[in-house]
Design a protein around this ligand. Sequence first.
Ligand SMILES: *[C@@H]1O[C@H](CO)[C@@H](O)[C@H](O)[C@H]1NC(C)=O
Ligand SMILES: *[C@@H]1O[C@H](CO)[C@@H](O)[C@H](O)[C@H]1NC(C)=O
Ligand SMILES: *[C@@H]1O[C@H](CO)[C@@H](O)[C@H](O)[C@H]1NC(C)=O
Ligand SMILES: *[C@@H]1O[C@H](CO)[C@@H](O)[C@H](O)[C@H]1NC(C)=O
Ligand SMILES: *[C@@H]1O[C@H](CO)[C@@H](O)[C@H](O)[C@H]1NC(C)=O
Ligand SMILES: *[C@@H]1O[C@H](CO)[C@@H](O)[C@H](O)[C@H]1NC(C)=O
Ligand SMILES: *[C@@H]1O[C@H](CO)[C@@H](O)[C@H](O)[C@H]1NC(C)=O
Ligand SMILES: *[C@@H]1O[C@H](CO)[C@@H](O)[C@H](O)[C@H]1NC(C)=O
Length: 470
Amino acid sequence: MEQVLFLITIVSSFVFSGRCNNVYNYSRSDFPEGFVFGSAISAYQWEGAADEDGRTPSTWDTDFHSNSGDIACDGYHKYKEDVKLMYDMGLDALRFSISWPRLIPSGRGAVNPKGLQFYKNFIAELKRHGIEPHVTLNHDDLPQVLEDEYGGWLDRKIIDDFTAFADVCFREFGESVKFWTTINEPNLIALVCYENSSTEPYIALHNMLLAHASAARLYKTNYRVKQNGSIGITFYGSWVIPFTSSKEDKIATQRAKDFIYGWVLHPLFLGDYPDVMKRIVGKRLPTFSEEELRLVKDSSDFVGVIHYQTVYIAHADYTSDMGGVIILYGNCTEVELDVLPWGLEEVLEYIKQDYGNPPVYILENGRPSKHDSSLKDVGRVEYLGAYIAAVLNSVRNGSETRGYFQWSFMDLLEIIDSSYTYGLYHVNFSDPQRKRSPKTSAFWYSAFLNGTEQEPKNLSVSSSLGFASQ
Ligand SMILES: *[C@@H]1O[C@H](CO)[C@@H](O)[C@H](O)[C@H]1NC(C)=O
Ligand SMILES: *[C@@H]1O[C@H](CO)[C@@H](O)[C@H](O)[C@H]1NC(C)=O
Ligand SMILES: *[C@@H]1O[C@H](CO)[C@@H](O)[C@H](O)[C@H]1NC(C)=O
Ligand SMILES: *[C@@H]1O[C@H](CO)[C@@H](O)[C@H](O)[C@H]1NC(C)=O
Ligand SMILES: *[C@@H]1O[C@H](CO)[C@@H](O)[C@H](O)[C@H]1NC(C)=O
Ligand SMILES: *[C@@H]1O[C@H](CO)[C@@H](O)[C@H](O)[C@H]1NC(C)=O
Ligand SMILES: *[C@@H]1O[C@H](CO)[C@@H](O)[C@H](O)[C@H]1NC(C)=O
Ligand SMILES: *[C@@H]1O[C@H](CO)[C@@H](O)[C@H](O)[C@H]1NC(C)=O
């Protein structure tokens, strides 16, 4: 393949040309002091080394076992190189997760020394480069042994096992890690993994909330005084708007907010599931004991928001407990997202007004594009520029949002559709070396982070990129 595009060409064509320069009219210095800008990856999607050094399979290995999943970005072996790229980009922070079956291969009990050493090395490397680690304990990947033994999130045994896993993490990494997220997008996982049952999603989410609260209590009781960190949970929050102006659609949309956000946020901030859920789901919705309610309420120091898109809700009887169907907005598909930044503002406003304005970290936001299509991802730049502007608007209007993590730092093994990726860096999955190459968005984000839109710093890349002119 003719290799014609050199770094300098890309920089001059797509950053200096002005095509991207008008995307935003704000700068990083408009954000409050201490506001954190980062990017994100997750263990299964980045690490690879699936059966190396004592790791056992996770539920993701079982569902998506393939050569690509076994190697992914090979981050397990390339972490130093990747931290250097993160440093060169100017990230304040990195969100990543710990693979439970790498740290504790049997799900409970003995800690794997090699897994432990890997995370210690990785965290130390981040700290050495001044990058704050934001650690997610469970990013969609349970140990398969626990899934086989008792069905994972469906059994209350997971609460003790998760708490013991968290205990190892706090004890071993807590000197360096000040931001803990217990569980990634529990409301989405509960729905997607248990979609064929009318009871299981509610049981799974109930156990996730209890596991989260149990780990948070442990942290606050045994570690907080020494380690001075904070601990929270995430939720998957697409914004929802009525499909038509009919009264039914408006009511269905409010119901959807209770079923999507309230399912997680009501117990955490208001003390129980939303009334509308209790009424509709009835006996299939697990109940909290008095003690559990006290454990769950106020257990989250912050809310981690996972936001990608806005969808319509149309009233529909009998299709689901929610009594509404989701209709994609405009030209959106599952993997082609429109730029609708006001949706994120609405989510942040809703959290502010309905849940007492807790601290918020946006832990995922980004735009997918066809993998291998182009390094000139101007559509991603447009999306990120608009959504970061939306965050600034929200902060200026009183939202306690304290950080923004773009998804994802590099192309990862994506689950919904692996032919669409979100990376600032392209990863060549056909290359045994898994070569990383910066996209236009990498230069853009770097320049934004450095407050020098006009003068992005040089990123660490080898001489040429593997893309022919396009
Ligand atoms: C950017 O421009 C928009 C539209 O003119 C305006 O609403 C917004 O306040 C501006 N943002 C800043 C940070 O100046
Ligand atoms: C749900 O049922 C459908 C149809 O039987 C099946 O194709 C799908 O794999 C099931 N999903 C899960 C998560 O079990
Ligand atoms: C604890 O953390 C807070 C917020 O990060 C910080 O402001 C404070 O100085 C820290 N206190 C100690 C004793 O380290
Ligand atoms: C959908 O895409 C077409 C063609 O790019 C554009 O003209 C139209 O405005 C888009 N619709 C919405 C709702 O964004
Ligand atoms: C800004 O905050 C005020 C007070 O909470 C609220 O009434 C208003 O709707 C918010 N504006 C936007 C655009 O969200
Ligand atoms: C960051 O911006 C400054 C100008 O404000 C520039 O001199 C410097 O080279 C940039 N830093 C890096 C590491 O690129
Ligand atoms: C960036 O790299 C280019 C090409 O290698 C070089 O000419 C330029 O001096 C470098 N700029 C900085 C600020 O290091
Ligand atoms: C990816 O790597 C393979 C094998 O090294 C190479 O043939 C191909 O050209 C690369 N693709 C891109 C887009 O760089």
